[in-house]
Every structure is written in structure tokens, then in C-alpha cells.
Design a protein. Structure first.
Length: 356
């Protein structure tokens, strides 16, 4: 997953791509039918999952896998129409034709090694028109089989196969690898452009990232584009809010996390600033006084209350309990929720002061 082996293009991609990092380079050489794409990888994922499942069940397994195409199409959430069976054959052609070359140092000598994604394939049962495959057999490469046997693989959410754009799938793979069990992961856009293998300019790539962030399609993770730093960064966070708030509080980044969540909720910059004193337990404990006549930063609308109420719910579960106990306008969390609901119903369009 570290190198963008699979092409993001849905059209035929015959470019020879080279990626280098930390003294190691990798070259992807496609055949005349084009390079293997992110969507072609589905059949490899399906085969590896069958191998691992059989191994766990105590069944003798090998690199040779028989694929019944109809269950494969259902399992990867693809169409089961007639053209889908023809596309499976095209997938095998691209996987077989894509060659990967990498440099390996042994005994202080650099050697060049080349290998494919699958070694061979054979259609055993054809459709009535003789163009599509109902059943086929293929042999995955040695390095993929070894990774499966050593459990050097990551599990994927089933909704991964519902992602319709190649870049969305690649972003999920990177999030799964680098974020993993952590609460968040940050990466600069220029480095992300390299890791995804996109051929777009940085400006067009940033625009597409913005559109994906707006749609928020990734399972298990949410994304934010941090434009306050140069170069801009993409922040990928877990959807487990309780874990996010807990880890952010431990790292001293609770305010940073709240600002990103508030931005995601569509709050204005002033509303986001107003949210900070309510959630940062260090500021709540200090309770700074405000000069007479100065506008207090607690004047926000109902949307801010919804966000803060949700975050306070995680705080109340034991994450940063001090921010609740320091609340001077409510003796407990239940009373705070009641007052929020009452104000929202009585004055639905009127801004009101957040309790300090």
C-alpha cells in the first residue's frame, strides 16, 4: 500500500511510472492493454481473502485459486449484468500484463528484480456469447501469497467496494495503513499527490481533494483540509469521536480537534472561536474575566450547541471530565442538556449566550 502500484485512471494507462523513496525505487511497466487499476485489485483482494479464510479453517491452500465470478461480483458490490463477466477477463489481462521492477540490495550490491501481480489465469467456464467468464482460475504471485500467509495484510471495510472513485479508494488505503488504530494522521498535499500516484497538477489535485472532503465518503474515517499551514495538509481522523477527543486531549490538541470538527459542521470562523473556551478544560478551569463592554465569545447559534452538546457527551463519559465539573452554570451534565433544549425550543432563531 505504500507505493501506488495500481493506476487511478479508468481509461487505458500505458505510462511507465517510477517512484523513489528512501533509496528504494519501484517501476511499474504496463502492457499494451494498460496498467492494472485500483478497481482491478478487487479480484486480488477476493482471492487473498479466500486463501486466508481457507488457511484459518485448516484447509490446504496454494497460490492457485478458483474464482466463481457471480459471488465475486456480489461480494465486491459490482453489477451482475452481462458486461460485468467480460470486464472480469479484462481485469485478468491487465493484472497479468503489469510488471513491477524494484531495486534490492544484497551483500552491498544492488540487484534488479521484476515480478507480476498474477502469474497466469485460465477461463474454465464461458458465458453463452463466449466473451465473459463464469468461472476462472488464476495463480497469484509469490510475494502476494507470502504476505497473505504471514498475515502482512490489512482488513478493509465492506463499504470500500462502494467507493466509486479511484482516488477515494486510494485515500482509504492510505488512511488504513497510516492512521490504523490511531486517532488521526496528517500529510502534506504534495506528498499525498506522490503517494496516491495521481497524474494531476497540485492545483487540480487540491480541488478534487476538497470535493471528496465535502462528500465525506470514506468508511471509518473523516477528512479535513487544513489550509492554515503551507503547504496545505490533509487530516484524516477516525469516526470514533470518543477516541478522537481522548487522544486529542492526551496530546494537548483538544482545541485543534474541536476547530476541525466545528469547521466540518459548517460553523463560521467566529462561531468556531466561540466554541473553544467551552471545550478546552484548561481554559474552563482558569475562567478568564472579560473587560466590560467587550463581546463575550460565547454568543453562537443552535448549530454550535448541537456540536458542543455532542462533544460534551463524550467528555461526560470520562474523557476530560474536568471541563464539565468546571462548568459554573450547571451542576451536572443532565441539567446542561435540559437548558440547551429549552433555549433551542423557546428561541429557535435567536442567538443566545453559551453557559460559561
Amino acid at each position: 500500500m505504500e507505493y501506488p502500484i495500481f493506476s487511478l485512471s479508468k481509461n487505458r494507462d500505458t505510462r511507465i511510472r517510477v517512484y523513489s523513496r528512501a533509496g528504494r525505487s519501484i517501476r511499474i511497466i504496463p502492457s499494451a492493454v494498460g496498467a492494472a487499476t485500483v478497481f482491478d485489485k478487487d479480484i486480488l483482494i477476493y482471492c487473498i481473502s479466500q486463501i486466508v479464510r481457507g488457511h484459518d479453517a485448516g484447509i490446504k491452500v496454494s497460490r492457485r485459486v478458483r474464482v466463481d465470478v457471480y459471488p465475486f461480483l456480489l461480494g465486491t458490490r459490482r453489477s451482475t449484468g452481462g458486461a460485468a463477466y467480460e470486464r472480469v477477463v479484462d481485469m485478468c489481462r491487465r493484472l497479468k500484463g503489469t510488471t513491477i521492477e524494484t531495486n534490492v540490495k544484497t551483500n552491498e550490491k544492488e540487484q534488479l528484480e521484476g515480478f507480476g501481480l498474477i502469474e497466469d489465469y485460465r477461463v474454465t467456464t464461458w458465458t453463452k456469447n463466449g466473451k465473459g467468464a463464469l468461472e476462472l482460475e488464476l495463480t497469484i504471485s509469490e510475494w502476494l501469497y507470502r504476505a497473505a500467509m504471514d498475515f502482512d495484510i490489512l482488513t478493509l471495510h465492506p463499504d470500500y467496494f462502494s467507493l466509486g472513485q479511484a482516488l477515494e479508494r486510494r485515500l482509504y488505503e492510505l488512511a488504513r495503513k497510516h492512521c490504523g488504530d490511531k486517532a488521526w494522521w496528517e500529510i502534506s498535499l504534495p506528498l499525498l499527490l506522490e503517494k496516491t500516484g495521481s497524474s494531476q497538477t497540485l492545483r487540480r489535485f487540491k480541488q478534487e481533494i476538497k470535493e471528496i472532503v465535502e462528500r465525506d465518503p470514506l468508511p471509518d474515517y473523516r477528512m479535513f483540509l487544513d489550509e492554515s499551514v503551507k503547504p496545505n495538509k490533509l487530516v484524516i481522523m477516525t469516526r470514533d469521536n470518543a477516541k478522537l477527543v481522548c487522544e486529542a486531549n492526551k496530546a494537548g490538541k483538544l482545541s485543534w480537534g474541536v476547530l476541525l470538527l466545528a469547521k466540518k459542521a459548517g460553523l463560521t470562523p467566529m462561531q468556531r472561536l466561540a466554541a473553544l473556551p467551552q471545550l478546552d478544560h484548561r481554559q474552563s478551569l482558569n475562567r478568564p474575566s472579560w473587560p466590560p463592554g467587550q463581546r463575550r465569545p460565547g454568543l453562537v447559534y443552535r448549530r454550535t450547541f448541537r456540536l458542543l452538546a455532542k462533544l460534551r457527551e463524550f467528555v461526560y463519559r470520562g474523557t476530560v471530565y474536568s471541563s464539565i465539573t468546571a462548568h459554573p452554570c450547571a451542576t451536572n451534565y443532565r441539567k446542561t442538556r435540559v437548558s440547551i433544549g429549552f433555549l433551542a425550543r423557546k428561541h429557535p432563531k435567536t442567538p443566545f449566550l453559551l453557559p460559561r
